[in-house]
Design a protein around this ligand. Structure first.
Ligand SMILES: CC(C)(COP(=O)(O)OP(=O)(O)OC[C@H]1O[C@@H](n2cnc3c(N)ncnc32)[C@H](O)[C@@H]1OP(=O)(O)O)[C@@H](O)C(=O)NCCC(=O)NCCS
Length: 149
């Protein structure tokens, strides 16, 4: 499946509000419309729609601040119809490539403790539980290998 991260435009924003997680996953991530609204009040946000085979399939929102060495995955979701098909993995690989190219030393995120599927997913990408909590969520971190090593 061809996975791309695409800019959200005036023409596509409504379509990017459509992808939904399964009912039992609703507590794990905010609806995309809310995330897109919140993002506009955070100058250091970076967000993209995830497309799979040309169809909107998910959403990614980050907080990036190279000056503060911050590369934080704020929201991430794949539509339930596209889950377990490698879309999330490829989208995260593209994000991590972007961060690496920007000189990030580490990437962080936080997961609700009752979301073990997400923890397994992020561990498969190299993230590890940091042993820290942030607002009741478990912090995970990935340390990038130094470039050229
Ligand atoms: C977590 C999420 C983004 C994963 O996306 P996805 O496209 O389904 O993930 P992939 O198909 O690329 O999975 C890659 C690997 O991660 C692991 N994985 C993914 N989802 C998993 C789950 N629910 N339980 C256990 N392992 C899981 C598996 O090892 C999987 O490989 P496999 O399918 O060959 O076994 C998706 O389930 C989702 O949107 N969940 C609801 C929202 C959410 O929890 N977001 C994260 C908030 S921090």
């Amino acid at each position: 499946m061809a996975v791309e991260l695409r800019k959200i435009t005036r023409e596509t924003v409504r379509a990017i509000c459509d992808p939904k997680v399964a009912d039992e996953q609703r507590g794990f991530v905010a609806p995309n419309a809310l995330s897109i609204a919140e993002a506009h009040f955070v100058p250091t946000h970076w967000m993209r729609a995830i497309y799979a085979d040309e169809e909107p399939a998910g959403f990614i929102l980050t907080h990036e601040d190279p000056a503060e060495e911050t590369y934080y995955l704020w929201r991430f979701m794949v539509d339930e119809r596209y889950q377990r098909r490698g879309v999330g993995r490829r989208a995260m690989e593209l994000l991590l490539e972007r961060w690496r190219a920007r000189g990030a030393a580490a990437a962080t995120l936080s997961v609700i403790p009752t979301n073990p599927g997400a923890i397994t997913f992020y561990e498969s990408l190299g993230f590890r539980l940091a042993g820290e909590e942030h607002r009741g969520e478990l912090v995970m971190r990935l340390e990038f290998e130094p470039l050229g090593s």
